[in-house]
Write a protein that binds this ligand. Structure first.
Ligand code: ADP
Ligand code: MG
Length: 364
């Protein structure tokens, strides 16, 4: 697409920036920025409402005030961004197409968005796998993407981020077809790439934020959220990580949870990669391990309640919509609180490591 200098006038980003509270400095440090298939605007906002409702009923007994749970409009605001993107595309008969995995496990989170999109914006959504797009899709000479006989205004990727989403050339040619069309892609290829751990690490290098921001205060605020991030051509850091693996996380360019390396695995992998020479090390980044304070929590999974020491990860949703130079939306859109047992390294809810949670504001 770069070779043919493809123009993308309309950009839609549905993002989530994740943080953990570092117990040493008591500051929120960024874990990562998600730019593709950002999940849980639907179920996350429902869980906040569930907790509010429970506190409305039992708050007095528990000594907790339901008003202290901040309202969470993530699903409504994400649907609004999709609806406004649809308006910018300006084709009354077009639909939003959600790209999903063949055996989708997180469909109710997605349906909640689709529901708001239909109810509040009158926009229809179709759900297709990449293989279905390849079989049923074509691009008209004017650039319109047509799938199953329907013009598509927005392609919203809730799949397409993992190697397993591209089991054959069929899926790659579906992605190419989508890219060749005038449909708005959420995310575009560039936004997709910006979500990689490599870019996060590059942005944390000295003088890089300055390329994108003018205001020094903004730069300082952003930088304060960055944990230590290093590329593996830094021999000093690789040596420290092999000596003290528990202070680091080794991350490949992957999404969706379950791919990072810790402790013993981290050390073994670094030693192996170093011996392999060549480009092997460049596929990973090293990150300072963040240690949030653990607290005793009641977690419910599969209808069973159990008590465990746990830690939480806060995600802030954000939406961005631009048509040429006109910025239509640039907003925070509510939050996602995830809590997991502190002994677990990974954090994914869909992956089975964490549960959905809410924030309760206190005076401390
Ligand atoms: P993914 O794209 O797979 O979600 P993440 O970078 O979000 O990758 O890492 C997955 C999980 O691993 C996070 O949700 C968090 O629980 C844990 N994690 C990631 N980075 C760190 C870190 N620097 N310190 C502590 N835990 C981390
Ligand atoms: Mg993550």
């Amino acid at each position: 697409m770069m070779a043919v200098n493809k123009k993308e006038d309309i950009r839609l980003g549905l993002h989530r920036s994740d943080y953990m509270l570092d117990s040493e400095t008591n500051s929120l440090l960024q874990i990562e920025l998600n730019t593709i298939s950002t999940s849980f605007p639907g179920l996350g906002s429902l869980v906040s409402e569930l907790h509010r409702t429970l506190l409305n009923q039992y708050g007095e007994v528990l000594g907790l005030d339901s008003e202290r749970i901040p309202r969470n409009w993530a699903a409504i605001q994400f649907a609004e961004a999709l609806g406004k993107a649809w308006v910018e595309y300006n084709n009354e008969s077009a639909v939003v197409m959600m790209i999903v995995q063949a055996e989708e496990r997180n469909m109710y989170d997605q349906y909640w968005l689709i529901n708001h999109l239909k109810e509040s914006h009158g926009v229809m959504t179709i759900r297709k796998t990449l293989a279905q797009v390849e079989a049923e899709g074509l691009v008209l000479p004017n650039g319109t993407l047509v799938v199953d006989g329907r013009p598509v205004a927005v392609v919203y990727f809730r799949a397409g981020y993992a190697p397993t989403d591209y089991p054959s050339e069929v899926e790659w040619s579906a992605r190419l077809l989508i890219e060749q069309s005038s449909a708005i892609k959420c995310p575009s290829i560039s936004y997709h790439l910006v979500g990689t751990k490599k870019i996060q690490q590059e942005l944390a290098k000295p003088s890089v934020l300055e390329r994108f921001l003018d205001n020094e205060e903004d730069i300082a605020k952003l930088r304060k959220c960055f944990a230590g991030l290093w590329s593996l051509d830094n021999e000093e850091i690789v040596k420290s990580a092999i000596e003290k693996p528990d202070l680091f996380v080794l991350k490949p360019q992957r999404e969706g949870g379950g791919n990072n390396l810790y402790g013993h695995d981290l050390r073994e992998t670094l030693i192996r990669l170093k011996n392999e020479q060549g480009e092997a090390l460049a596929a990973y980044i090293l990150m300072q391990r963040i240690f949030p304070r653990a607290s005793l929590t009641q977690l419910v999974q599969g209808g069973v309640c159990f008590e465990e020491l746990s830690i939480s990860e806060l995600g802030i949703f954000g939406s961005y919509l631009r048509n040429k130079d006109k910025v239509v939306i640039n907003n925070q859109c509510g939050y996602l609180m995830r809590t997991k047992v502190s002994s677990s390294n990974e954090g994914g809810v869909a992956a089975g490591f964490a549960v959905l949670d809410s924030i309760l504001l206190t005076d401390e």
